[in-house]
Design a protein around this ligand. Sequence first.
Ligand SMILES: C[S@@+](CC[C@H](N)C(=O)[O-])C[C@H]1O[C@@H](n2cnc3c(N)ncnc32)[C@H](O)[C@@H]1O
Length: 380
Amino acid sequence: MNLTYIATAAMGLESLVAHEVRDLGFEDVKVENGKVIFKGDESALCRSNLWLRTADRVKLLVGEFKAETFDELFEQTKALPWSDFIPENGEFPVIGKSVKSKLFSVSDCQAIVKKAVVDQMKNAYQRETWFPEDGALYRIEVALLKDVATLTIDTSGTGLHKRGYRALHSEAPLKETMASALIKLTNWTPDKPFVDPFCGSGTIPIEAAMIGQNVAPGLNREFASEEWSWIDKKVWYRAVEEANDLAKYDTPLDIQGSDIDHKMIELSINNAEEAGFGEFITFKQMQVRDFTTRKEYGYVISNPPYGERIGEKEEVKQLYRDMGNAFRSLETWSVYVITSNEQFEQLYGRPATKKRKLYNGHIKTDYYQYFGKRRQEAKA
Ligand SMILES: C[S@@+](CC[C@H](N)C(=O)[O-])C[C@H]1O[C@@H](n2cnc3c(N)ncnc32)[C@H](O)[C@@H]1O
């Protein structure tokens, strides 16, 4: 079947998601706000869920049309081939959202879509009575944007940031998808040293290890669509087999995480073991100001405290100064810092080589990037 999928992306990460989608070999890739649209068969559904590191979830597009009245929404939803995807016992709750549209009552839109889907399926399955909805989950979404309704079925289940390794997290954890994005925005390669001096629950080092050994982020979890009747189990097996074949578990890594808080170090160690990287990442309790290294051409990628909480502001100022001092002499190292603190460069003591706006959840942040000297420059 030639199907259309939508990989949803946090604002600002669309181009990274599109890059990943293209790398997987999918066709007709289009980028819009918050989403990347692509085409593929059933195996694309399995492979995109298993491999996309920076996308939030993968949805199957069932239809898209203009709808300014409830009648238009109902009739056009009913005309879509729901029964091609949802079996007679499928569970199909409807969620919704509406932005800048005449149909703004989300609960009414959801109820109308539900009724239209039931009608289409009653016809297709020649059924008079209620559907039992005791089978696999096919979560429908009606998303209205400027009077255009996009109807999808979620293929992922739990969001793709849930890789299955982070049972426990710190107070301000970074989403795994964002941690991955921070790494993918650098030129780090697994042969180079990697340090996160504010590792918290270990998300950035663990995502780096996964990238470094080419481990598919979804290998350790389940997806709603694994239970879907029209996707042959063999297609899933093949996708998992491919991911197992492509993982390079013997790639040596030099990844280190540290944090001032020893409880965080325990968390990180547990999470890294859960992810299968216990022996590949070194974690130790340390303050950033004590960081020293003799290694060269390394990467620091970090998510320090932002100082947004009351009482934290002054402390964070000193922290950023300490970072500047600790990293100043490491001229071959590249340093990457995400923070919402607009004084960061001043306090760190140097303007960034490059900045990129990113949203960490709802917090507006900048990703400050300091490029280290390259091999030739450093020798000259
Ligand atoms: C925003 S959290 C990092 C969260 C992490 N990325 C995660 O996903 O769990 C910032 C971390 O910096 C640590 N920290 C605060 N001051 C520090 C210092 N002076 N040196 C090292 N770590 C520090 C905190 O203990 C906290 O775990």
